[in-house]
Design a protein around this ligand. Structure first.
Ligand code: ADP
Ligand code: MG
Length: 264
């Protein structure tokens, strides 16, 4: 469905941020893109959505294909029209608009008459939003705002939904709730999802396949049940060590810090 091949991105004509990224998302799947702050995850998402031009960024090499068609040079509107929607980092909702108004804004590109039916579907998926449909979005909790942002993106009837760090700033309980909704979107609405996360626990709870990104490169990719067992992934992204005493030895901590520095 989505094929990103050897994509390089430069900001301001000089700063090479993506150094040749390749990844693919198959229809019907949930794929995770993991990495620390500054790894280039958001840049990857923006490249796919055609949003780099607003940041003086450029795809200088490689191709991005959606259903076999090259979309590198398409406008953001064209890309939404082809079926890619993104929920940006920080779940931006219109705080002065009600929940229902926020959802209707999400369908502004649509000309068909099924908007009402889609709204019904979204109320089904997010009963808590339905209960609060007349409330201004600014009064919702972080978790509800994230669901609203997802619901709004769904209103453009995407075939691929990209979520940029949906767990950011949410309590563990709300993270679980949001990821349950993500799993339902995939199962019940048959939505294909690319989930960008630093929270590997959350991402692995729903994704079948994962890519790990460091410094503008994909450094590892595998089925998530294999990634979960990888020693480095365990240590750096899941905070687990195989040390049976349960505490890290001094040497381990030292090398951990060293690697951390090297990774960031
Ligand atoms: N508009 C921009 N201009 C220049 N550099 C940028 C811009 N946006 C991001 N960067 C840099 O690109 C790198 C990757 O950023 P980003 O894609 O936001 O990473 P992530 O989402 O993984 O945290 C960072 O070093 C960041 O400072
Ligand atoms: Mg980011």
């Amino acid at each position: 469905m989505l094929e990103v091949r050897n994509v390089k991105v430069v900001y301001n004509d000089v700063i090479l941020v993506l150094k040749g990224i390749s990844l693919s998302v198959a229809e019907g799947s949930i794929v995770a893109l993991l990495g620390a702050n500054g790894a280039g995850k958001t840049t990857t998402a923006k490249a796919v959505c055609g949003l780099l031009e607003f940041q003086d960024g450029n795809v200088t090499e490689g191709t991005i294909e959606f259903f076999g068609a090259r979309i590198n040079d398409c406008s953001p509107e064209d890309i939404v029209g082809r079926g890619i929607s993104m929920v940006p980092e920080g779940r931006r909702v219109f705080v002065q608009l009600t929940v229902e108004e926020n959802l209707k804004v999400g369908s502004y590109l649509r000309r068909d008459s099924a908007v009402r039916k889609d709204l019904e579907d979204i109320w089904q998926l997010f009963p808590s939003l339905w209960r609060r449909r007349d409330v201004k979005a600014g009064y919702l909790s972080g978790g509800e705002q994230q669901m609203l942002a997802i619901g709004r993106a769904m209103m453009s009837r995407p075939r691929l939904l990209i979520l940029d760090e949906p767990s950011l700033g949410l309590s563990p309980r709300l993270v679980e709730e949001v990821f349950q909704v993500i799993a339902r979107l995939n199962k019940e609405a048959n939505m294909t999802l690319l989930i960008i996360e630093q929270n590997a626990h959350a991402a692995f709870s729903v994704a079948r396949y994962g890519y790990i990104m460091e410094n503008g490169r994909i450094v590892m990719d595998a089925d998530t049940d294999r990634l979960v067992r990888d020693a480095d992934v365990k240590e750096f992204y899941l905070g687990i060590t195989d040390n049976t005493s349960g505490r890290k030895s001094f040497n381990q901590v030292k090398s951990y810090k060293r690697r951390k520095r090297w990774l960031s």
